[in-house]
Design a protein. Sequence first.
Length: 106
Amino acid sequence: MRIFGPSSFINFSEENEKEGIKPLILKLSKMKVKEIKQFEETIAHKLYLLDTKKHAENMREYSFKDETPNEFSVDDFLYTRCAVIARGQDNYVEILQNPEKMLNKG
């Protein structure tokens, strides 16, 4: 399974989150263990590439600030990076290259 297709692999138009992720669950359920591991490794690598100080500093009120590092939520940062990836390749590439757009499109 390719991580990015023409559109997102999660249906963000669904009101119900469980319904929105059904296409992903269906695709993953048909994959071999090796393919699922490759999927996980690819997602982990994409998350790693978004794990920069510049991206963390561009989360509006949730941004990382040197003067108050203990107030930054690493969980919120992870969830935001996951959302960036879930919204598809165009969104991912744009935010990877333009950290200042992290929460505008993430």
